[in-house]
Design a protein around this ligand. Structure first.
Ligand code: CTP
Ligand code: CA
Length: 221
């Protein structure tokens, strides 16, 4: 078939991709989560696998199938996602696409919280989740190439440069999510930010962004 005959520039390389949202329990029936279909992250995992990489996809809860040719690890919370990513090290490439919940409930209730007549709603105390990209970017087993994403609604390139430095990434793929239909949609328009500058890519299907990003990554090896 076509893919079997395609060149495999990433043969022998290991890649870890995170995708989808994380969900953080408040109690057994309620949670905090981010909006993310997993479409972009899953497409990147598939594209890297087609170029020959051995891919571990660490995915939060999504409604799309595991791509062919990748090892999928399913997680729910940010802490589970971090543990699965660290368990998949060492790797040559890390692409952190997941929309990780920045916060979780400090104490998830073991039992369903009940409304109590005449009482105010319960307070929700949040604590910060671990930053998976930042942990990988500064890891003793750091992959040679660490890629992050940045969904912004304004000052896209400036925030991306800040994230590049802060998180120890080699590349930030930034997108403007104020544009209609990016979150959960099929298409994406991204800006690649490295220490050398910024490169705007035209609006394309998320699968084309994935193909082109995988080729960009292969070009670095
Ligand atoms: N990320 C992560 N772990 C977190 C938060 C973010 O791995 N706890 C990763 C995302 O997968 C993405 C990158 O960091 O690759 C940027 O995520 P983003 O939410 O844009 O950055 P934050 O540092 O959380 O900053 P903010 O949400 O305040 O813009
Ligand atoms: Ca965030």
């Amino acid at each position: 078939a076509f893919f079997d005959e395609a060149p495999k520039p990433l043969a022998g390389r290991r890649a870890i991709v995170t995708s989808g949202p994380t969900v953080e329990a408040i109690d057994p029936v309620r949670y905090i989560a981010n909006r993310s279909s997993g479409r972009q992250g899953h497409a990147i995992a598939a594209a890297l696998a087609r170029l020959g990489a051995e891919v571990t996809l660490v995915a939060g809860p999504v409604n799309i199938a595991d791509p062919a040719g990748v090892t999928a690890v399913h997680v729910e919370s940010a802490r589970e996602m971090l543990a699965a990513v660290e368990a998949a090290l060492p790797a040559d490439i890390a692409v952190m696409v997941a929309a990780v919940s920045d916060w979780r409930a400090e104490d998830a209730a073991p039992q369903k919280m009940k409304k109590k007549p005449g009482e105010a709603p319960p307070p929700l105390k949040l604590v910060e989740n671990p930053d998976i990209l930042k942990t990988v970017g500064h890891h003793s087993d750091r992959p040679a190439l660490v890629v992050g994403f940045a969904a912004e609604t304004n000052d896209v390139a400036a925030y991306a440069r800040d994230k590049l430095a802060r998180k120890g990434a080699d590349l930030i793929v930034a997108n403007d999510v104020s544009e209609e239909g990016v979150m959960g949609g099929q298409r994406n328009r991204v800006t690649l930010v490295t220490k050398d500058g910024a490169e705007d890519w035209p609006d394309m299907d998320k699968t084309d962004v994935a193909e082109r990003l995988a080729a960009w990554i292969a070009g670095r090896f």
